[in-house]
Design a protein around this ligand. Structure first.
Ligand code: NAD
Ligand code: ZN
Length: 376
């Protein structure tokens, strides 16, 4: 089959690889109909995710038709249309039973965290779904059958972007009349703004430095935008205009890919600690006693982390990989009732064969790209 394959840092290719097969009795094979590229895939190709073996099939936002089922699978049947949440989760360990499917104990033999499709050996060593076929382990828990009347574009983001953005708002405790700052106007940030609005937030401020993405955020009712490139200290600026800071700041940036273009570690550290880094902006623009949620992915150690600022101002900090499974049903209901339309962020739909080009425009923010769907 054709698949998007990791060949080393900043080196991915669409290649022929062997088709996946049923390895355990509770596996299924999904014939992929749609698969999206995520900001998390960028961290991987930028070399920020350790232990990614050459030859790994990448991608974790995948849906399709069940092609084959292992003999112990009861949850889904051959021919059913399913979405596959990005964490690989057994469904019966302590973490899966306590709504933390993104930290499943059984799917990851190293126990560094949970497991995610197409996301390195550190995170489980499973192949991903930017391919013609995907092997889905623990199929009595993971895949969700979706209603026939909803096209792929309406349900594909149940795999990641929608639960992730919903989760940020949920664990951030966003409530009516709150002031919310969303750092990053990519697919995750944009949907975070939609959920915050549905929760009744009074003021929503979207921050980025890419005009076409800021302009997209501005099309949402009531969202204000700030270009962080236009302020020496965006955090202080937001604190001023919000009269003390936001109740909740949601970082939908994570490790900024442009950092990996700098050869010198000093430049990288300065940027990570500089007033333009997302964590730094967050630490300054949250109100005393407020909450910062890191939805954006971080790895490694951050010695410049402004711990003192968080401590002295009683800030609550939350973070992690989203336990996507637990939000699929409530989000699907929102989509069916027409309360949330996830399709506005789709700017490109391309054949899988054009995957390398798709990564380029999504990574470099070219061609007004917000979200790409690949069709095998
Ligand atoms: P993206 O790359 O499309 O968007 C990131 C945006 O942040 C870009 O528009 C970029 O210009 C902007 N940005 C960069 N530096 C900034 C700064 N200092 N302040 C404000 N904005 C800045 O990515 P995405 O697909 O929207 O994903 C966003 C983040 O969410 C990524 O880090 C991704 O790995 C992460 N993510 C986390 C989970 C989870 O479970 N926690 C799941 C999915 C994605
Ligand atoms: Zn993702």
């Amino acid at each position: 089959m054709k698949a998007m394959v990791y060949e080393g840092m900043k080196n991915i290719k669409v290649k022929e690889v062997p088709d996946p097969t049923i390895e355990k009795d509770d596996d299924i094979i999904v014939k992929v109909t749609s698969t999206a590229i995520c900001g998390s895939d960028l961290h991987l190709i930028h070399g920020f995710i350790p232990n990614t073996k050459k030859g790994t099939v990448i991608g974790h936002e995948t849906m399709g038709i069940v092609e084959e089922v292992g003999k112990d699978v009861q949850r889904v049947k051959k021919g059913q249309r399913v979405i596959v949440p990005f964490p690989v989760s057994c469904g019966h360990c302590w973490y899966c039973e306590h709504d933390l499917t993104s930290q499943c104990d059984n799917s990851n033999e190293y126990n560094e965290g949970g497991s995610y499709f197409g996301y390195s050996d550190t995170f489980g060593g499973y192949n991903g779904g930017q391919a013609e076929y995907l092997r889905v382990p623990y199929a009595n828990f993971g895949p969700f059958a979706v209603p026939e009347e909803l096209e792929d574009e309406k349900v594909l983001f149940l795999t990641d972007v929608l639960p992730t953005s919903y989760w940020g708002v949920d664990v951030g405790g966003v409530k009516e009349n709150d002031t919310i700052v969303v750092l990053g106007c990519g697919p995750v940030g944009l949907n975070t703004m939609k959920w915050a609005a549905l929760k009744g937030a009074k003021r929503i401020i979207g921050v980025d430095n890419i005009d076409y993405r800021l302009n997209h955020a501005k099309t949402y009712d009531g969202v204000e935008i700030i270009n962080f490139g236009e302020h020496d200290d965006t955090g202080e600026y937001i604190k001023e205009i919000t009269h003390g800071g936001a109740d909740v700041v949601i970082d939908c940036v994570g490790m900024d890919g442009t950092m990996s273009n700098f050869e010198k570690i000093e430049t990288l550290l300065k940027l990570q600690g500089g007033s333009k880094s997302a964590i730094e902006i967050a630490s300054r623009c949250v109100r005393k006693g407020g909450t910062v949620v890191l939805v954006g992915v971080y790895g490694g150690r951050y010695n410049m982390f402004p711990l003192g600022d968080f401590f002295s101002r009683n800030i609550t900090l939350k973070m992690g990989q989203c336990p996507a499974h637990i939000y699929v049903e409530p989000i699907l209901k929102h989509i069916q009732e027409g309360k949330l339309d996830p399709t506005d962020i789709i700017t490109h739909t391309l054949p899988l064969e054009e995957g390398e080009h798709a990564y380029k425009i999504f990574d470099k923010k070219k061609d007004n790209c917000i979200k790409v769907i690949l069709k095998p």
